[in-house]
Design a protein around this ligand. Structure first.
Ligand SMILES: [Zn+2]
Length: 282
């Protein structure tokens, strides 16, 4: 990393997009469901503006198409516009040509709404794993310069536990490089403990999150922090889930904003682009 700073990023999707609901809310139903993403993204934009913070917004193409104004607002306020794909399908569930079409559709929309070309991608559900590395040359070909989708942990849905924990060039073709900014972990014995926001940030006791982030600062390892608009929604629709699903998905939503406020007071955060990590683009 050129300058030491932590990265703040948001995966902009509606409350019914997470993988946990993929069987329950198929894409044909999305437009019939109550949409809450605009209001929740506005909460994030207001928070960032009050705190004079800049972040990277990985927009789902489906959301950008439905609410182009929030993409324009985010871009106008100096945030980096990046891609979370179009239809929130895990890359590991796609054929290469399906992935290319999904990515291209999202980039066409986002590039038309953003003054600068989109350089970054975050796969739905961190689904760049060893079985989807075929997607890397496609990302580079479609104009991306970095990916932030690899989680170097064991998890039932994603993860490459032995992947590098620092930023690295994950794919190269001639002069062109695709950088990987893996989700942040802290090494504890033989285990990589996530220190990257989202559900982990909601589930850990808050002092533990702060301690882990402090350790990253001491080791001069930036925290790449992620969150979703639905994690700020105090009236998030409750869908019956297994006990584990309920804990993972709903716990800690009521204190997310307050916690984010505290960690952004404690540690410096900015977007990939402002940190000089978007491959010289935007
Ligand atoms: Zn997502």
């Amino acid at each position: 990393m050129k300058n030491f700073t932590n990265i703040l990023s948001f995966d902009i999707e509606d409350w019914f997009h997470p993988e946990i609901f993929s069987g329950r809310f198929p894409m044909e139903q999305w437009s019939l469901l109550e949409s809450r993403v605009k209001k929740n993204t506005e909460i994030i934009l207001t928070f960032l503006s009050k705190k004079r913070l800049t972040a990277t917004f990985f927009f789902l193409g489906w959301v950008a198409e439905k609410y182009p104004a929030i993409v324009r607002d985010a871009a106008r306020e100096g945030h980096e516009i990046a891609s979370h794909g179009y239809a929130h399908r895990m890359v590991t569930h796609l054929e290469p040509e399906e992935f290319r079409a999904d990515l291209r559709r999202s980039l066409d929309i986002l590039n038309s709404l953003s003054a600068a070309p989109v350089a970054g991608y975050r796969a739905p559900t961190f689904s760049i794993t060893k079985s989807s590395f075929w997607a890397l040359p496609i990302m580079l070909k479609e104009g991306l310069r970095y990916d932030s989708s690899v989680f170097p942990i064991h998890h039932d849905r994603y993860g490459i536990p032995e992947a590098p924990r620092e930023p690295y060039v994950i794919y190269r073709e001639g002069e062109q490089e695709l950088w990987e900014y893996p989700m942040t972990t802290v090494r504890l014995g033989k285990v990589n403990l996530p220190c990257s926001g989202g559900g982990y940030f909601r589930l850990y006791p808050f002092p533990l999150s702060v301690q882990l982030m402090k350790r990253c600062q001491q080791e001069k390892r930036p925290v790449i922090f992620y969150a979703h608009p639905w994690e700020f929604d105090l009236d998030l629709p409750r869908v019956p889930l297994s006990l584990l699903g309920k804990i993972r998905h709903y716990r800690g939503i009521n204190t997310f904003l307050e916690r984010l406020n505290t960690i952004t007071d404690l540690f410096p955060f900015t977007s990939f682009r402002e940190a000089g990590l978007a491959g010289g683009r935007q």
